[in-house]
Design a protein around this ligand. Structure first.
Ligand code: COA
Length: 294
């Protein structure tokens, strides 16, 4: 299904290219900081893209010089300081709804394409994306401590999950900035590349993801995100249940075709290549992962 009613076009924008939906934080004059309006528009956009056939992979990026400068200090904080508790809770829920629920559990694979400033609240959508590629010259900072709050909106949990205790506490407590290379070294992003190569590398990665069985790919990322909080026995049962469920829903064609190509036709080495339905061969050129081990 292709959606005709588009919820983006204001604080969020979308461009479709080669089956990728490039979703933009679209407030470049405000360094793409996240207002209550943006939070609502982003939820609606991501929700719509789940059923939009023009989108096989979501790439979240920013217009202009910023990926996102975090929560909007004016519209999200100061202008709501005197609102009711119920109102404040409502805007927190709307932020969490897209950053921590819709994006984190998105039906399509998601890649953060990090092109500039990334501050505070922006760490939550960053870590909710399945994968992240940064420009070497991107600038990250847990700036909350610099203006008198602690990293809320689950930013603290985001960095505890990705950066490790020493790094996370260092940046939480100092508010110092770091660049894309450091973000990659800490595991906050998968890779950092020179700015000129950012778009190319993200497209390359998106193409790899598009070569997989989409139903199984979705189940694989859901499983990873949930088993971390389960005990061993529960996780083992859950993984088998999801595996069986995803084979049932996908029809198992990809799996059977790949096994035939490997075991019978000897045309595929699944350790090295992705099965490609059309020719039963490994699709080395189209969808082979980078040989970097990442
Ligand atoms: N909230 C509200 N407004 C913001 C913002 C934010 N998080 N980040 C940037 N803006 C606004 C600025 O107020 C300015 O608005 P104005 O043109 O109406 O004066 C505009 O965006 C441009 O920002 P400016 O500070 O002039 O750009 P810069 O290139 O000199 O600096 C930053 C860029 C990102 C370093 C700086 O804007 C900044 O420190 N932002 C706050 C980052 C932060 O602490 N975020 C955490 C929030 S949880």
């Amino acid at each position: 299904m292709s959606s005709t009613k588009q919820p983006w076009g204001n604080t969020v924008d979308v461009e479709f290219s080669d089956d990728i939906a490039f979703v933009y934080f679209n407030r470049p004059d405000k360094k793409n900081c996240m207002s209550p309006t943006l939070n609502r528009e982003m939820f609606a956009t991501l929700h719509a893209l789940e059923l939009d056939d023009r989108c096989k992979v979501v790439v979240l990026t920013g217009r202009g010089a910023a990926w996102s400068a975090g929560m909007d200090l004016k519209e999200y904080f100061r202008e709501t300081d005197n609102e009711s508790d119920a109102f404040k809770m409502r805007i927190r829920e709307e932020a969490a709804a897209w950053q921590q629920i819709k994006l984190r559990n998105h039906a399509k694979p998601t890649i953060a394409m990090v092109n500039g400033w990334v501050f505070g609240g922006a760490f939550t959508p960053l870590t909710s994306c399945d994968l992240a590629i940064a420009s070497d010259d991107a600038t990250f900072g847990l700036s909350e401590i610099n203006w008198g709050i602690l990293p809320g909106g689950n930013v603290t949990k985001s960095v505890a999950d990705t950066m490790g205790q020493r790094n996370a506490l260092y940046y939480i407590m100092t508010g110092e900035t770091f660049d894309g290379k450091k973000a990659a070294a800490m595991g906050l992003v998968n890779e950092s590349v020179p700015a000129k190569q950012l778009g190319k590398r993200v497209r390359e990665l998106a193409k790899v993801l598009m070569g997989k069985d989409p139903v199984v790919l979705r189940a694989a990322k859901e499983v990873f995100k949930r088993v971390r909080y389960m005990d061993w026995e529960t996780a083992n049962d859950y993984i088998y249940a999801k595996s069986d469920g995803s084979q049932h829903r996908s029809g198992g064609e990809f799996r059977h075709g790949a096994m035939k190509a490997f075991l019978d036709d000897k045309k595929l080495k699944p350790g090295l290549d992705t099965y490609k339905k059309d020719d039963g061969k490994g699709s080395k050129k189209a969808a082979s992962p980078k040989k970097s081990g990442k």
